[in-house]
Design a protein around this ligand. Sequence first.
Ligand code: AMP
Ligand code: GLY
Length: 428
Amino acid sequence: MSETVLLVGGGGREHAIARALAPDCDLYACASNRNPGIAALAEGFETISETDAEDIVAYAESVGATLAVVGPESGLAAGVADALDDAGVYTFGPQAAEARIETDKAFQRQFMRDEEIPGNPDFATFDDMEAACDYIDDYDGDLAVKPAGLTGGKGVKVIGDQVTPEEAKAYLRDSDYERVVLEERLVGEEFTIQAFVADGEFRVSPAVQDHKRAYEGDEGPNTGGMGSYTDVTPSLPFMADGDYEAAVEVIEAVVEALPEYKGILYGQFMLTTEGPKVIEFNARFGDPEAMNTLPVLETPFIDVLTAAREGESLPELDFAEAATVCKYAVPEGYPTDPEAGAEITVEVDEDADALLFYASVDDREDGLYTTTSRSFAVVGVADSIAAAEELAEDALADAGEGFHIRHDIGTAALVQRRIDHMAELRGE
Ligand code: AMP
Ligand code: GLY
């Protein structure tokens, strides 16, 4: 019997999930925005907010869903997985209590401390912003300032990198944050490992490096992620022997400490001279990182979902030995002053090993237009990072006007800068 899967979410990440599932199931989807890529793959698409648990359950029941996947953290935080599970639709995504590992950064750090999870930086939590400012004054070294709640990756200010101590204090005093975490600034190179988790078991995927800064050369404000790459191996070129495995051990410790956890566990690491340290955990695939990982997953994703639901051992995951480079096209001015309304006319020849994923687009009668969020991404898949980068650029050649793209992502020059940065920190 074919499974009927409801996918919640309408971004590039969910387009990648839809592409991984569609050949093997009856797919339905819902999101607040109509994603034309997902709609083309699904048998039904409803416009429903990702946080509207009641309407999502009603839609799941009306289509006879046997499984669900929740893409975005907003839905997990709103208890969409809890509601679907309660309605008898097994959901690959943690319930709100387990999703706190992402949705409450104060909980996340304290959980790591209590469970003795390796890789936790020095941290302190404050409800009183004046006390937080005093801590900044007294702290010996640089700090990262983080609101405890969800901010789409855009609320963090790193002293010594993005802001001065005075600017960080002004930021806290001007904010209406109820709780903030101040933590040791980690220095190194960032990478992500996404694990598929159920019943106390997990399977990992290759490391990905995202690019948070809006502009080339890692300048400008933080974004949800401008693009990302993976290598042919599970590791990345700037990582040394044992670094990937050390990060997997962190994930293993989290899975052991959270036996109820199900769904994707996304570990965001800073590779420091002391090995990988945890920047944060997310309770879902990364966006863009899902677009690197799922196209090279050769094991049917549906097999992971059904094994998880049945309480069976998860299948071993096979990944193609291919590198991937993902580049987002975002509206000009993103993220501070994004200009919506540019027409999206990009076409990608998917036989040429580049893939097109839609994100936030305005699907009007006369065409597709940009909104104020990330618009679409292309992903090159090839036998080296350089070749994948070239495929992504070829696909972007006809992107049209009104977009900003970080053309440096995945280039040999930027990858070499990452390698040189780690070598310099290690004193090589
Ligand atoms: P987050 O929302 O926790 O992913 O943080 C957004 C970005 O802020 C991360 O991708 C890092 O670039 C940076 N960041 C967060 N925490 C730290 C830290 N402790 N040290 C240095 N940079 C950090
Ligand atoms: N790319 C970062 C995230 O999905 O949180």
